[in-house]
Design a protein around this ligand. Structure first.
Ligand code: B4P
Length: 193
């Protein structure tokens, strides 16, 4: 079983690339953003709580996200997993390690997409024109999300680099170009196993 983390700032293309990667490698897609938006649309207690944070560009509290991921892992015990947008804090990374150890599994590779701040803002404002996502509607919220990423999320890459799992990938270029680079990195790591 091969598990991977797709990492990067908001708008770096995690969701876009995940869709293609799960099809190619037969992985189960675990996007905490999608899971949270699903809870919000169903107006569950978890969704109502999460919405307060997402609407102002902040991260949802760790305990909410970790509880949600733990149930998802239980539901997909035997599938290779692609983590998209998770972990986003060091506490989430440590919790994920514990959960995977318990399943006798581990992360195969941590792929980090790099995109300039101006390009991120351009992409998200553009997505906001059609997505209906409250967190994509204006530049101030988008900058708040990027700021959360710099303060709370970037440290997650340092955490995984101590296990020699991190590969930095250029996230600019066409979707197909980025996809081909990601596939090359995954194929190399998969064949090392
Ligand atoms: P997410 O749903 O994870 O999404 P994202 O960071 O906004 O975007 P992503 O990187 O997936 O970009 P995409 O491919 O769509 O998070 C949303 C919010 O949920 C967070 O801010 C947070 O509040 C909360 N949350 C989620 N997980 C959490 C966690 N673990 N802990 C706490 N809170 C959590 O691409 C963006 C746009 O760029 C698209 O329009 C796409 O078409 C375009 N694009 C993609 N690749 C391109 C390319 N190569 N060239 C040009 N455009 C491209």
């Amino acid at each position: 079983m091969f598990n991977l983390i797709l990492f990067g700032p908001p708008g770096s293309g995690k969701g876009t690339q995940s869709e293609k990667l799960i099809r190619k490698y037969g992985l189960k897609h675990l996007s905490t953003g999608d899971l949270l938006r699903d809870e919000i649309s169903k107006k569950t207690i978890l969704g109502i709580e999460a919405k307060k944070f997402i609407d102002i560009g902040q991260l949802v509290p760790d305990e909410v996200v970790i509880g949600m991921i733990s149930s998802e892992l239980d539901a997909h015990r035997d599938t290779g997993l692609l983590f998209d947008g998770f972990p986003r804090t060091q506490a989430q990374a440590e919790a994920l390690d514990k959960l995977l150890k318990f399943k006798n599994s581990e992360i195969g590779v941590f792929l980090s997409l790099e995109v300039s701040e101006e390009e991120l803002i351009k992409r998200l404002l553009n997505r906001g024109l059609t997505s209906g996502r409250t967190d994509d509607t204006n530049e101030e919220k988008i900058r708040a999300r990027i700021n959360e990423y710099r303060i709370k999320t970037e440290v997650v890459a340092d955490y995984y680099s101590q296990f020699d799992k991190v590969v930095i990938v250029k996230g600019e270029g066409t979707v197909e170009e980025v996809f081909n680079t990601l596939c090359k990195e995954i194929d190399t790591r998969m064949h090392q196993k």
